[in-house]
Design a protein around this ligand. Sequence first.
Ligand code: 6PG
Length: 477
Amino acid sequence: GQSRIGVTGLAVMGANLARNIARHGVPVAVHNRTTARTTEFIEAHGQEGTFTGAETLEDFVAVLEKPRRIIVMVKAGAPVDGVIGELVPLLDPGDIIIDAGNSHFADTKRRTEDCARHGLRFMGIGVSGGEEGALLGPSIMPGGHPAAYAEVEEVLASIAAQVDGTPCCTHVGPDGAGHYVKMVHNGIEYADIQLIAEAYDLLTHVAGLDAPAIGSIFSEWNTGDLESFLIEITGKVLVKTDERTGGPLVDVIVDQAEQKGTGRWTAIDALELGVPLTAITEAVFARTLSALRDERGAAAATLAGPAPGRGEHRPDLVDDIREALYASKVVAYAQGFAQMRAASIANGWNLDLGAMATIWRGGCIIRAQFLNRIRDAYAEHPDLDNLLMVPYFTEAVANAQDAWRRVVMMATEHGVAIPAFSSSLSYYDGYRRERGPANLIQGLRDYFGAHTYRRLDAEGSFHTRWAQDGVEVRTDG
Ligand code: 6PG
């Protein structure tokens, strides 16, 4: 029989995507490099839909309807190029290769061009939602030629999460656009997680609460403005009791965060684009600092400062921390969306940022009520420079800012590190300054390197011979 779509790479994400597609009535061909895994897959899930298991890539392409649609779900990097290299000689012009892994957008751009030289259509699609999302409804961020998207739209939209009847899947843009947006999604995921971790740290070491008590607070927060998947599961993780010790499980988990690279890529690209992306970047650095566990152990015994203690009892402390978390979250999203806008302009992608907020409302890791507000903001102002400038967010941060400032001061006094909270506040204060201190930076650059400066009161570029005769000269024209 002919299969409408194929999936190669049957680790958990690929397997679950294949199952999700088949459960929607679409015949799926499945293939894995190690054939035992294909056999196991068919044994375990063959009843869930119409599957054709293929032992070789030749058999796999032979059972696919044309134009062939092949989802590649292997580890990002060289393995993707390996599979493409094997597929190219087996395919016909017009066939579509779909990379659904967490690939770097620049690789996706390159692969799109390479495939086009063979008459093949390449798509890079971001898929978020982890194992469960892949099976039950992920958020899907497809990038590639619109004509290629048209060939897979029906299948992708049907397997995606649905919110209020709208699928969490929309054509993002050409070539690397889908993977770019997925990358920023992950960057925002890093910022959200870091902000949650900082709130947890403050609730532990300033408010003096234990993990289950903090878990209840997060569950309560999940009924308000902060309502989101990550806040919800924070509540669940914090109340979990460890079977061995009988205490909270989080208390025995090693405090070293790992990362697979998408957050780092987001920060690197922000630096290259020249977009201030402080919250996500601090989140990446916080993970790298956490990894220096041995150094931290030595420093804890050596470096002076207030010992993170327990127990400052102000009645509104918990509420202050919630407001600081919310305001910082607004900044993190404002920065991430500003980055997507800059990338869209730089790459000619024409991203619809409101549509990105829309497809992130369900299925993905950062899914949240909050994204409806972002969608609304772009519906009213499609060319918005910064989310902070729409009345809803302007007011939200204005209302939260007293609490936000109190929390940053209190954390500093108690010696609790809050890089994402405090850098978000600094960004906010820097962004709302009409005149900042960079005039001095320019003066210094001109002093030591004759790098020139511009004046408020005259056109042109100027240099002062600071250390010689002190005379200013115009350096242009
Ligand atoms: C998702 C997740 C997913 C993965 C992250 C984890 O959207 O489903 O973002 O892609 O869980 O890549 O990233 P780290 O291992 O870097 O934390």
